[in-house]
Design a protein around this ligand. Structure first.
Ligand code: ATP
Ligand code: MG
Length: 301
């Protein structure tokens, strides 16, 4: 897959991050990430763009891109199917470089959370089993050798499913979390640039101690996947997920554990988002600088 680099440059140059859809180049916001925003351009049919506005210079964006490529090839080696992709690095100003990931676009009804709402029992079970099998293929890969340890954020909205072909894709590749010889490859400070400076100390504490490490751990990833179903208003599927997970996992998962975790996780992300909103306000009204991140409105939890 190849994207038109000039088009991305033009898009970035005229972009108002707070009002993407009002841009000179017709664009639609199709998803919110914790860090990136997911954009579809009329002139790039069949693709989405994930915009990461957090690099001080081109070299650090290139460095991130290399880490991303290595993460993708390791996920492939572990047996995951990833969407076709391409990338663009745009130097916006002396202090800001933006990295774009382009990805093959899936229909809204092919994204995991929507899939769960539409499938009938037999296909539904098949989809859930596919997701769990994919997660466990990552753990198998990690155990099969000593050099690499891959992390995975297995939340249901990070998977796309093409039902008629029974194809499962992992789509949340833009935060490459993995270790080589025990050394974390993703610089957490880069992720923290999406957080306001005044809140970084608290977020750093939660992030590093908890949020980042949880994605390497079998049990935590399972709990996170199931707990997220509450947020997706799919609490009715919690018992089925737990049953399917317990067919594979060594330790047994319970609904109580999941509910307790959900409360705490909510707190961390709600805090993160409210700090970012204060920061956006400060940028706009006090510092009079353009705020680069696109924040979701009130998230129902
Ligand atoms: N290739 C795609 N096609 C269609 N929709 C997509 C695609 N990629 C992402 N989306 C939509 O955007 C949402 C967020 O995307 P994604 O999971 O990649 O970002 P994220 O959660 O911000 O990741 P990160 O936190 O690592 O930046 C998805 O759940 C989905 O709804
Ligand atoms: Mg995601």
């Amino acid at each position: 897959m190849k994207i038109d680099q000039d088009l991305i440059r033009k898009f970035e140059e005229q972009l108002d991050p707070q009002n993407i859809e009002a841009s000179g180049i017709p664009a639609k916001l199709v998803g919110f990430g914790e860090i990136s925003s997911i954009i579809a351009l009329q002139d790039l049919p069949g693709m989405v763009l994930k915009r990461m506005p957090m690099f001080p210079d081109v070299a650090s964006a290139e460095n991130y891109l290399n880490t991303y490529r290595e993460y993708c090839s390791l996920l492939n080696a572990a047996g995951l199917k990833l969407p076709a992709d391409d990338t663009a690095i745009i130097k916006k100003s002396e202090r800001l470089t933006v990295l774009y990931f382009a990805q093959q676009k899936f229909l809204p009804e092919q994204i995991g959370n929507k899939v769960l709402k539409s499938l009938e029992k037999a296909e539904l079970e098949q989809f859930i089993e596919r997701v769990i099998a994919a997660i466990y293929s990552v753990w198998r890969f990690n155990k099969s050798q000593d050099k690499y340890q891959l992390a995975i954020d297995a939340q249901i909205s990070n998977w796309a499913y093409v039902v008629d072909k029974n194809e499962l894709y992992y789509i949340d590749t833009s935060t490459p979390l993995f270790k080589i010889d025990g050394i974390e490859q993703l610089d957490p400070e880069l992720i923290l640039t999406s957080a306001p400076s005044f809140g970084r100390a608290i977020i750093r504490k939660f992030f590093l101690a908890d949020v980042m490490n949880r994605y390497y751990d079998e049990k935590s990833v399972n709990v996170d996947l199931v707990a997220n179903l509450y947020k997706e208003k799919l609490a009715n599927l919690v018992p089925l997920f737990i049953e399917k997970i317990n067919e594979r996992s060594s330790g047994k998962l319970t609904e109580e554990e999941v509910a307790a975790y959900y409360k705490e996780d909510n707190f961390i992300w709600a805090l993160f988002l409210s700090l970012r909103k204060i920061d956006r306000w400060l940028h706009t009204y006090l510092y009079r600088k353009q705020y680069q991140f696109i924040l979701p409105g009130k998230i129902e939890r």
